[in-house]
Design a protein around this ligand. Structure first.
Ligand SMILES: Nc1ncnc2c1ncn2[C@@H]1O[C@H](COP(=O)(O)OP(=O)(O)OP(=O)(O)O)[C@@H](O)[C@H]1O
Length: 208
């Protein structure tokens, strides 16, 4: 199987506390890595470290294809979504979808169709700040319907979603992995979709 990510001996420390050390794993096409652990264990720190938003104490992270060789267009290979739904409150749902796509370097999205995919048709002209938390999350998640990045790194993607929203997202995950993509994600709830290549990584008080 094609390896997309290889992580060796990662160690992270914050506020004088070791969150994890000697953390190594590889992720191949079609695989899902579910990062688990209690509040404050270091899950977000791990995900943010993988994309260079938090400095690690030690360790190596190798992406395939090599990000260093494709530095100018690395966004094509990895999609990162933080735990907050990154939407602009003053822009409408439609404007947010278009802006997100542009910021991701994609200029030819059908924003109406994306809103339909995530069940937001009819709300397109409302400022995102007037939408519920779950509706704002759905706006942010439209990125998953046009991203060509093989590796998705998603921090709490199910937050605020209702049961149908979770099902919709899990279906999208299944399509992505079936097409050769891979996912690293955090979630406090058990993953229910059937994935033969589901791995679990538990971070626990500095231990793995
Ligand atoms: N910006 C920061 N500066 C210093 N310490 C931080 C910062 N962000 C997080 N931490 C600390 O790092 C530790 C791990 O935080 P992190 O957000 O990675 O946990 P988590 O496992 O994702 O938690 P949760 O399940 O609550 O989202 C916590 O003790 C937290 O206080």
């Amino acid at each position: 199987m094609t390896t997309l990510l290889e992580v060796k001996q990662l160690a992270s420390q914050r506020a004088g506390r070791v969150l994890f050390s000697q953390l190594s794993f590889t992720l191949a096409a079609g695989e899902v890595l579910h990062v688990e652990g209690e509040n404050g264990a270091g899950k977000s720190t791990l995900l943010r470290s993988l994309v260079g938003l938090v400095q690690l104490r030690s360790g190596t992270i190798q992406f395939f294809p090599d990000h260093n060789e494709h530095a100018e267009d690395w966004r094509q290979y990895t999609l990162f979504m933080g735990h907050k739904a990154a939407v602009k409150a003053e822009l409408t749902a439609l404007e947010n979808v278009r802006l997100q796509a542009q910021l991701g370097g994609v200029n030819d999205v059908d924003a109406w169709q994306l809103l339909e995919h995530v069940g937001l048709l009819g709300l397109e002209d409302l400022p995102a700040g007037q939408l519920s938390a779950g509706q704002q999350r759905r706006i942010a998640l439209t990125r998953l319907w046009y991203s060509k990045a093989p590796l998705w790194i998603l921090d709490e993607p199910f937050t605020s979603l209702d049961t149908r929203g979770i099902q919709l997202l899990q279906q999208r995950f299944a399509e992505h992995t079936a097409a050769g993509g891979a996912i690293i994600m955090t979630s406090h709830q058990p993953l229910t979709w059937q994935s033969a290549q589901l791995q679990h990584l538990r971070i626990e008080g500095g231990e793995l």
